[in-house]
Design a binder for this molecule. Structure first.
Ligand code: HEC
Ligand code: HEC
Length: 287
């Protein structure tokens, strides 16, 4: 950089140069843009107004509240109250249990389903899957295969009181058969694994074991017992798995799947709404 401080007018812009010259590159002495100055003035004026009107300056444990007295915490709470009050209007009919009438009211159902979907996502999806597809130990809800029942009333009962969750729950225990001789258990495991393909022979020794020990809950032919929540062993849908090894584990350890009770966490209307939603998931869809 040479420092010859010769001021001259720039021929293109007409501005002064600062006189600085870096190997022939000269710096224009342009004035500070007015737009920026105005923007600075306006933001300053705005901040003074905001300090006066809105909560702004901390004062130890307190703060200046501003002339408008706005409080975003209170605004959020008020907004939430308005929202729930608005929801009560159309949620109210769901507190009743006339499911047929609710299902018949297409307008109401259409209006309610997005909320039902959110309730499902918040409370049920973690175990039953985002679209009700289920997973090992967690029954699918989006099919037409039920441990208990696909009736809306019965689904509502399951959601309200759960399964194996407390004294009011539905109770569905597969007791352990570890007292049974190991060869018998192994034969039974093979037998049960062959049931979905229809290759289990009821007249075989294992078939007799099944009739003696299992049919009381799972049904003579293994068709399942809805009244005790015992899954069908013939339909190909399984909760834990129906390969020989998994059945063998089921016989050794027993099974006691827990579905939590929701009556303490969700309102009656929310539970009924969810029951309608779950019943709708099963409609005509097969996995
Ligand atoms: C902590 C996991 C968990 C959560 C969360 C959960 N469930 Fe379940 N649910 C289960 C299990 C496990 C079973 C099967 C219990 C058994 O083995 O008998 C079940 C069973 C069911 C059944 C009976 C299915 C049938 O075939 O009869 C329904 C209906 C159901 N759940 C609906 C729901 C709904 C609706 C929600 C949300 C409010 C929900 N579940 C939340 C674990 C859960
Ligand atoms: C007291 C009634 C009862 C008896 C007796 C019983 N089960 Fe079960 N079984 C159940 C119930 C209830 C379940 C579901 C457990 C759960 O939901 O966690 C089940 C589950 C099963 C499963 C898991 C099915 C799946 O979809 O993964 C198999 C396999 C099974 N039982 C086989 C048998 C065999 C074999 C016998 C006879 C040795 C037998 N059970 C006797 C009630 C019974």
């Amino acid at each position: 950089m040479s420092d010859d401080h010769i001021q001259e007018l720039d021929p293109v812009t007409g501005y002064d140069t600062t006189g600085h010259n870096w190997n022939g590159i000269k710096e224009l002495n342009t004035p500070f843009p007015k737009l920026v100055i105005w923007a600075l003035i306006l933001t300053f004026i705005y901040s003074v107004i905001a300090w006066i009107l809105l909560p702004a300056w901390p004062l130890g444990r307190d703060y200046t509240r501003g002339l408008l007295g706005l409080d975003q915490g209170e605004m959020a709470v008020a907004g939430y109250r308005d929202m729930t009050a608005g929801r009560q209007d159309w949620m109210a009919p769901f507190a009743g249990e006339d499911f047929a009438a609710l299902q018949a009211d297409a307008g109401l159902m259409t209006r309610a389903m997005p909320a039902a979907h959110r309730l499902y996502e918040d409370n049920c999806a973690a175990c039953h899957g985002a679209s009700g597809q289920g997973g090992p130990g967690f029954p699918a809800l989006a099919d037409d295969v039920w441990l208990w029942s696909g009736e809306v009333e019965e689904i509502a009962l399951t959601i309200r009181h759960g399964i194996n969750a407390n004294d009011d729950s539905r109770y569905a225990e597969m007791t352990s058969f570890d007292w049974m001789d190991r060869p018998d258990r192994e034969a039974l495991a093979d037998y049960v694994a062959a049931m979905p393909a229809g290759e289990a022979d009821p007249a075989s020794p294992a078939g007799e074991l099944f009739a003696e020990n299992c049919a009381s809950c799972h049904g003579e032919t293994g068709e399942g017992g809805l009244e005790v929540g015992a899954p069908s062993l013939t339909d190909g849908f399984t909760l834990y798995g129906q390969d020989t090894h998994t059945v063998w584990e089921t016989l050794r350890d027993g099974r006691l799947g827990v579905m939590p009770a929701w009556n303490a966490r969700l309102s009656d209307a929310e539970i009924n709404l969810l029951a309608l939603y779950v019943a709708g998931l099963g409609d005509g869809r097969d996995e």
